[in-house]
Write a protein that binds this ligand. Structure first.
Ligand SMILES: Nc1ncnc2c1ncn2[C@@H]1O[C@H](COP(=O)(O)OP(=O)(O)OP(=O)(O)O)[C@@H](O)[C@H]1O
Ligand SMILES: [Mg+2]
Length: 244
């Protein structure tokens, strides 16, 4: 059987006796964009944080690129793991006190096999080109718009060439036109770097643009699955709310 990018089985997580994720199962195929939809507070960010090991699940299995992530303990194992699995945080914050260029250089400088200066320059150049912001190198994040900050944050995550990308609300807080741009950028990067991605969103336009497949969380489990067209034409009153 072909190795999955991510395979999650029976994932449970609660806080203070309140069960949030009640048995989440899904596979992410290699090269696939999976959109996860769900109302605010349903546990979407918790799910992603379990996958990057920022939160310890109560129960269930998570395999990423064939590795049971419970077997990763040491700092260097975790660092290596997190280089393979890029995570664009909800909010996508850059380091405020660093220029764009310094923000981009930071993850590269910390690599165990630090690339030489020419290679670092090349990668910063390429990463900024990817998001169409080559001329912002010397700028501070505060001098850039929200949409530009998101694009730089995306470029900074991609600079480590992760095999898997996890996007937590990549378009929240952006105007519709900029949201569309970011969504198309996610598609372009999937294609260019042959990445597999989980995209968490409640922006239906973003879902429509990016999804190869969608899954919808309801009451702690995945209640619906299908393509954007499948789900948008389903005759379910609860589901219809998302598409209105
Ligand atoms: N570290 C934590 N400690 C305690 N409770 C938490 C923690 N992280 C998340 N929660 C709770 O888990 C629930 C799910 O949170 P989560 O952030 O995953 O929601 P979400 O689906 O991402 O919502 P949104 O769409 O608003 O981002 C919330 O009730 C939240 O308060
Ligand atoms: Mg969230």
């Amino acid at each position: 059987m072909e190795e999955k990018a991510i395979s999650v089985t029976g994932l449970k997580k609660g806080f203070d006796g309140n069960e949030i994720l009640k048995g989440i199962d899904f596979d992410l195929e290699k090269g696939e964009n999976l959109v996860v939809l769900g109302k605010s507070g349903v546990g979407k960010s918790v799910l992603i944080k379990c996958i990057v090991k920022l939160i310890e699940p109560d129960d269930g299995d998570i395999e990423v690129l064939g590795t049971d992530i419970r077997s990763l303990h040491k700092d260097d194992e975790l660092n290596e793991y997190r280089r393979k699995v890029g995570f664009l945080f909800q909010g996508g914050a850059l380091y405020d006190a660093m220029t764009v260029e310094e923000n981009m250089r930071f993850p590269l400088e910390r690599l165990p096999n630090k690339p030489d200066n020419d290679e670092i320059e090349k990668r910063i150049e390429e990463a900024l080109e990817n998001v169409g912001l080559e001329d912002t190198r010397k700028k501070m994040p505060a001098e850039l718009s929200g949409g530009m900050n998101k694009r730089i944050a995306l470029a900074r995550t991609l600079i480590l060439q992760p095999q898997i990308m996890l996007y937590d609300e990549p378009t929240t807080g952006l105007d519709p036109a900029t949201s569309k741009e970011i969504s198309h950028l996610i598609l372009e990067m999937q294609d260019k770097y042959k990445m597999s991605s989980v995209i968490i969103t409640h922006d239906m336009k973003c879902a429509e643009i990016t999804a190869n497949r969608m899954k919808v969380i309801k009451d702690g489990v995945f209640a619906f699955e299908g393509s954007y067209d499948d789900l948008s034409s389903k005759d379910d009153p609860w589901l219809k709310n998302f598409f209105e």
